[in-house]
Design a binder for this molecule. Sequence first.
Ligand code: CO
Length: 137
Amino acid sequence: MTSQLTEIDHVAIAVNDIDAAIAWYESVFGAVVVHREVVESDGVDEALIRVADSYIQLLTPTRDDSPVAKYLAKNGEGLHHVAYRVDNCAATLEAVKASGARVIDQTPRPGSRGTIVAFVHPKASFGTLIELVEETR
Ligand code: CO
């Protein structure tokens, strides 16, 4: 059986001050932000820092009812989710559901950068919020 998880797409870190976090990554590691996007549907402002073929995704909420705002209030800053690249988000999501695991998204939906994404509930995946990412370009 071939793994449906083809690469790490990104590791997401929730932060209170995204500009401070970007400045830190830039000054300490010489890291480069290659994409910045506000995803209104998720209530987040994100910055992607390229690391080889993957990204570090710095995430901060844009409103108080954003899931990331709730996460920060409960857990503080830190690792928020791990995103795996898949060839077919819908097919992999179906495999997750067929295993009986709880999912956050019943069907794939648009993510940032024109991707198609779906989240798996951390209760189903040993404590890690998992995002499945299908690139469309
Ligand atoms: Co993500």
